[in-house]
Write a protein that binds this ligand. Sequence first.
Ligand SMILES: Cc1cc2nc3c(=O)[nH]c(=O)nc-3n(C[C@H](O)[C@H](O)[C@H](O)COP(=O)(O)OP(=O)(O)OC[C@H]3O[C@@H](n4cnc5c(N)ncnc54)[C@H](O)[C@@H]3O)c2cc1C
Length: 448
Amino acid sequence: MKEQTTETTKVSQKVEKITQVREIPVIADYDVVVCGGGPSGFIAAIAAARGGASVALVERHGFLGGMATASLVAPISVFNYNDRRIIDGIPWEFIERLIDIGGAREEKPIGNITFSPEKYKLIAQRMVLEAGVSLYFHSYLTGCRKSEDGRLTHIIIDNKNGAEAITAKYFIDCTGDADLSYQAGVPMQPMKSELQPATLIFMLGGVDTDSLPMIRHSQQGINYHDIDMRKALEEINKQTKLPKFGGPWYCGVLDRGLALVNMTRTYANMADNRQATNTECLLREDVFTFVDLLTKNVPAFKDAYLVMTAPQAGTRETRRIQGVHTLTGEEYIEARDFPDAISRGCHPVDIHSSSSNNQRCEFLKDAAFIPYRCLIAQNFPNLLVGGRAFSADGISSASVRVQASAMGLGQAAGAAAALCVQTGTDVLDVDIAALRSTLIRYGANLSK
Ligand SMILES: Cc1cc2nc3c(=O)[nH]c(=O)nc-3n(C[C@H](O)[C@H](O)[C@H](O)COP(=O)(O)OP(=O)(O)OC[C@H]3O[C@@H](n4cnc5c(N)ncnc54)[C@H](O)[C@@H]3O)c2cc1C
């Protein structure tokens, strides 16, 4: 096997700095700006707009869905616990709209969602536009401006028009990597020495999807990987050193013959550009190695071929904010209820190792709660965080990071921002009773 290098981009050790002064046009003003149009971001934008706010949604890609569409992460986990819907409201409305056009199937009783990435993009964009949200696609959040009291005043985006500034009363950071919070100076959780690995998911065609094992992820308490292929890989690995792998996990996209494969992995801090670049290159090499092994070892892949790698390697873990409260694994696994609970989670604590092929998968004893205080940071009166970058330790975040719970956090952040617009309050002083009743009106399940 070809020796692989993990370093494709050489960087000068000497850091020279330049100062660039540029005039940036302020192009628009909104009540709420949401940065990042992934599962948490597009739901946050809809929730804020339905609460009466004027809303902009900024996304670096030309489509919505984040990891679900840009990284082909499937299935959407997980809406139910013991056959009871735990994540509800706008997130589930989105799934119903997707089901209506043949773009999703609920795997009962657990409520995992097998979906078509293209139909996902379509329904997400329809719902956002129907809510009256202004979309800024192909726009990279690159900076922000703060006033002396810590209040964010502008975000800076870069796109084909050059640099542009947008003002708003409230900002929601749904970038997954906490890009806006980081640029604003919000303290971050200590970076662990071993982050969960990055993975480049790929799509195979020519698959006998009727006989492919473990393609439907339906039951609670099961880790749906291909056990036979895993054993085969472990055997091969003893003779020939393979790249690191996980699973392998397979998922359909509702088209006969097509399947997504989640198995590549490497350590990377994907919030660092050079590491992200090197990771994309390394994992693309690994995909070709694994496609060859899958077609030789899995009968359902006998005639399979590579259709595509995901446009972007998937990121499981990077920065998380240090919020007013940090949700601990203990609180989460005990399913501790909070007076300011605004969303819930029911996926296992799912920690993939970056340094080995292993995974820790701990199933919950009950559906857990997430307090509002994990979405806000002390001294940042008009900033909320939705999705993966919320304030949590490595254990609780390893469950909440999945898409349904990320959507739940987005719904809460959007509703809170709209409430703040109505009342003129800081996010730190939001009326919790009013927020919870708004969320319950949206359909959220906040009761034990
Ligand atoms: C390999 C892998 C397997 C996974 N398996 C599952 C699974 O089986 N089930 C499941 O439900 N979840 C799974 N997850 C987790 C899940 O996909 C993510 O944690 C989830 O998508 C997080 O949602 P989010 O909205 O917080 O962030 P993201 O989905 O990362 O969305 C962030 C959005 O912000 C945009 N953005 C980022 N930075 C900027 C910027 N500076 N400017 C403008 N836009 C920006 C991105 O383009 C993206 O659209 C998996 C993740 C990975 C990587």
